[in-house]
Design a protein around this ligand. Structure first.
Ligand code: ACO
Length: 165
């Protein structure tokens, strides 16, 4: 299995993986937005035939992105520059091989080295045992807040953070 930076031609494979794994789905334009704005913090895992079996889609917040985008989330005045994991998933038959951990670590390293991110944030469903195991137990994230009814079906989210300092 190979982990490498996301390329524009990976977007279909990433979207297919996302549709199989999560109810939170995105338009092709949103994948493109990530790839074009922060080209070095989103990664894919591919099998020996080059098929996408996992991905991490990430963005930066609290930076001066005004030249590139009007995304309101990004223009949080006074906030430290930080990375945000929009989405991560691994196809079912490739799980528990350490791929998500590697995808997270690669992205975190790029966020810190390239964009000087001081921390990384994400949202996760309170019921998502596997992802919570990854974030809290393996990577050391902590729960910053509980966001009531964050998801479209009304489930609460843990807002989690990991310092990159
Ligand atoms: N139960 C408990 N802990 C788990 C589980 C599980 N099913 N899966 C992973 N973990 C934890 C373990 O601590 C594991 O370490 P270990 O194997 O040494 O015990 C650690 O995470 C690392 O596991 P990986 O093998 O790197 O994780 P994997 O590649 O299987 O992917 C993921 C984990 C991404 C959560 C996968 O289960 C998945 O794709 N789930 C569906 C999509 C999803 O929930 N994505 C996250 C949504 S939140 C967001 O996108 C910001």
């Amino acid at each position: 299995m190979n982990i490498r930076v996301m390329r524009v031609e990976d977007m279909m494979g990433m979207q297919a993986c996302n549709l199989q794994n999560l109810p939170e789905n995105y338009t092709m334009r949103y994948y493109m937005y990530h790839a074009m704005t922060w080209p070095s913090i989103s990664y894919v895992a591919e099998d020996h035939k080059g098929r996408i079996v996992g991905y991490i889609l990430a963005k930066m917040c609290g930076c001066d992105n005004s030249t590139f985008t009007r995304d309101e989330e990004l223009s949080e005045p006074g906030k430290e520059p930080h990375g945000h994991v929009t989405s991560i998933s691994v196809l079912r038959s490739y799980r528990r091989l350490g791929l998500a951990k590697k995808l997270m670590l690669q992205s975190q390293e790029a966020m810190a080295n390239i964009y000087r991110a001081t921390y990384v944030s994400l949202h996760v469903r309170k019921s998502n045992r596997a992802a919570l195991g990854l974030y809290r137990d393996t990577l050391g994230f902590t729960v910053k807040d509980i966001e009531k009814g964050y998801y479209a079906d009304g489930e609460d989210a843990y807002s989690m953070r990991l310092s990159l300092k």
